[in-house]
Design a protein around this ligand. Structure first.
Ligand code: SF4
Ligand code: MSK
Length: 664
């Protein structure tokens, strides 16, 4: 195997395309995260890792040791208080990122409804569905009029001070009652984040349970508030995803085209670039420069957004962002917000590539800034593409790992899962529930979140294979989804190659992969809706905590992953990470790993080993199956005539009955 630069551990971390690229002379000239890991010696501060380093005031920083009287904070703060405060600040930071993203999407919908963007309302069905949730009149009204009212009502939820967020009404009834009982029903989106930041300020909330309660409320304002609004309103504008074939990995870059990569999170700019990339004027410019056209490719979650809706290829995930540039084949990397490494501009210092920041909230030293104006989106996009085209002529040595690309089928919104499993005339979650009840599908696993350099790249793959081998259907989002796509698990054929007999049978029948790409990190809200639909369909309990489902974000990197994990736990779904920064407090660990069960019907858990992590997920799923009474295969009963007469359902006459839920 080619040795990547850096420590031996780095060689396991990355995928085949990265190893291939790093072995090239061209890539050896750039410094990447792999070099920085070696420089830093992978050193980790134990207080930081355990969550007990506090720097919330200028009497510190204070490093706290649980149970050691001489090692509490100068202000008297204990390990429990500090670990809870730090954990809650992770949630607040992650939620704030989703909130600001969502706000831009709502403003984008409003601008689109007013005719001020190049976009239009693409999904009228979803517009009407959302309008009904917000009590908006739809009869006899123009779609833009409805969208404008919806956008304004959604925007008001950010600044709302009291009451309940509207989207919370979509959760199962019992879930809502649990949140009311525990006092964690989110009131206003911004309010919960601000209150969380206030309560973690020096000298405010010093009861770890009370802090974590507001942590739960803040996270719910993310999942059932900001993120859900963002996903649904983005679908209204740009279309709800349906399954599409596409390709992923570094090999999607093209040597004879102008390669423009879009990196970040908010799809408003990326969608405008998709339109402008087909503009006659831009194409003529590209031809004049000697290129065959514009090759747009995604990175990170912007990549997921345009992959899901348009089938645009994804060049790389979070961990590959520097590698995409190290090819030397990219004319411009256009970035907006979140998960952008500051090193990007340094990687291209000796290259022709432009790093173009586009959002006033996210500037970067040594990058070029072209402000994306949503009211002039098309021209902003054309300005960016013109710059990229002009760079094409300056391209020097480059290396594209051409054979390093993988087919995927992406675009599984919760609506398209309905369609895939239920067929055209029976669009519902009934077939999924039936297959779970009859045991073909053991349960549902959500694999979400990021990638990082601390653990090998194979972590996602190993967990997913163990899950699907054991008939657990995997729904994936974010960079986890891209990692699984790169490893070939998002091809329908992967069901035959890797899945257990029951899951393979279901996947082969409908032609779907055993790992479904559900979207970007804000699209974890699609998972909340899918779980809710399963509850509403019946037969699997009354709330999410009864479903045979479990979540993980093994290689989490961003604060957003902690917010996501907490909104899943508070919604009743068990969540397992490889690590959490709370090990420095026994009480906070106990609260997250045990006591939350009594509050929300689910807990956090940690497990570093990927196979053991997968098995823990399977065990959690099996526990739910047992509680639902669907853990045992029903005895096959051969019926005599008398028994048959007693059966009311004629559909079962003449067949050996294998118990409820058996479809054949
Ligand atoms: Fe230390 Fe307390 Fe200040 Fe934190 S808030 S830095 S524990 S004195
Ligand atoms: S981009 S938050 S690295 S998933 Fe959403 Fe990927 Fe995690 Fe960023």
């Amino acid at each position: 195997m080619v040795k990547a630069r850096g420590c031996d551990k780095c060689n396991e971390i990355t995928g085949a395309s990265t190893l291939d690229l790093l072995s090239q002379d061209l890539a050896k000239q750039v410094r990447t995260a792999y070099d920085r890991i070696e420089d830093r010696g992978m050193a980790t501060c134990l207080f930081g890792a355990g969550g007990t380093c506090c720097r919330n005031c200028n009497m510190g920083p204070c490093q706290i040791i649980d149970g050691v009287e001489s090692m509490i904070g100068v202000c008297g703060a204990t390990a429990d208080t500090v670990a809870a405060r730090n954990f809650c600040r992770f949630i607040a930071g992650g939620t704030a990122a989703h909130v600001d993203h969502a706000r831009e999407m709502v403003r984008g919908l409003i601008a689109t409804a007013k005719g001020e963007t190049p976009h239009e309302i693409k999904d009228e069905d979803k517009l009407h569905k959302m309008a009904r949730i917000f009590d908006i009149e739809i009869e006899g009204r123009d779609k833009n009029e409805i969208a404008l009212e919806l956008g304004e009502k959604a925007l008001a939820e950010f600044g709302q001070q009291d009451g309940t967020l509207t989207m919370v009404k979509r959760a199962p009834k019992k879930q809502q009652e649990i949140w009311d009982r525990e006092g964690v029903t989110p009131r206003g989106i911004d309010r919960e984040v601000v209150e969380m930041m206030h309560r973690t300020h020096m000298g405010v909330d010093q009861d770890y349970r009370n802090l974590l309660k507001q942590g739960a409320r803040t996270a719910l304002a993310d999942g059932w508030g900001a993120s859900m609004l963002s996903t649904e309103l983005t679908d209204i504008m740009f279309g709800t995803p349906v399954p599409k074939r596409a390709i992923v990995d570094l090999g999607v870059l093209k040597e004879d085209m102008v390669n423009v990569t879009v990196h970040g999170h908010e799809p408003l700019l990326a969608e405008a670039l998709c339109l402008a990339a087909e503009d006659e004027e831009i194409l003529a410019l590209a031809k004049k420069a000697g290129a065959k056209g514009i090759n747009l490719a995604g990175v990170c979650c912007t990549g997921n957004e345009i992959l899901m809706r348009r089938g645009v290829p994804v060049a790389g995930s979070f961990i590959q962002q520097e590698m995409v540039l190290a090819t030397g084949a990219v004319e411009a990397m256009v970035v907006d917000v979140q998960c952008l490494m500051q090193s990007l501009a340094q990687v291209v210092k000796e290259m022709h590539t432009d790093i173009i920041t586009t959002n006033y909230r996210a500037k970067m030293p040594d990058a070029i800034h072209i402000q994306f104006e949503e009211h002039d989106a098309y021209n902003s996009a054309k300005r960016i593409l013109t710059r990229a085209v002009n760079n094409f002529k300056k391209r020097g040595n480059f290396y594209i790992p051409k054979d390093k690309k993988q087919d995927v089928v992406a675009g599984f919104s919760h609506e398209s899962i309905n369609y895939m499993l239920g067929g055209r005339f029976r669009q519902s979650y009934r077939p999924l529930n039936d297959n779970i009840i009859n045991g073909r599908i053991r349960g549902i696993a959500a694999m979400v979140g990021c990638e990082h350099y601390k653990h090998p790249d194979d972590v996602h793959f190993k967990i997913a294979v163990e899950l699907i081998k054991n008939n657990v259907l995997v729904l994936a989002t974010g960079c986890a989804a891209q990692a699984l796509g790169r490893r070939g698990l998002m091809r329908p054929e992967a069901a035959t190659e890797y899945a257990g007999a029951g899951l393979a049978e279901v996947c082969e029948t409908v032609g779907m992969p055993p790992v479904l790409h559900v979207g970007s990190c804000v699209d974890n809200s699609r998972l909340l809706i899918a779980l809710t639909e399963m509850v509403n369909e019946g037969g699997l309990g009354e709330d999410i905590s009864e479903l045979p489902a479990c979540g993980t974000a093994p290689l989490w990197m961003s604060e957003k992953a902690v917010a996501i994990g907490q909104y899943f736990v508070s919604s009743g779904a068990h969540v397992i990470f490889q690590n959490l920064p709370v090990s420095g407090s026994k009480a906070v660990s106990r609260h997250l790993f045990e006591e939350m069960m009594d509050l929300y019907g689910a807990t956090w858990d940690v497990e570093e080993d990927p196979i053991k992590l997968a098995r823990k997920m399977i065990a959690a799923i099996d526990e739910k199956r047992k509680a639902l009474g669907i853990d045992k295969k029903k005895e096959r009963i051969l019926m005599d005539m008398q028994m048959r007469r007693e059966l009311e359902g004629k559909a079962l006459a003449g067949a050996g009955c294998e118990g409820p839920g058996k479809r054949d």
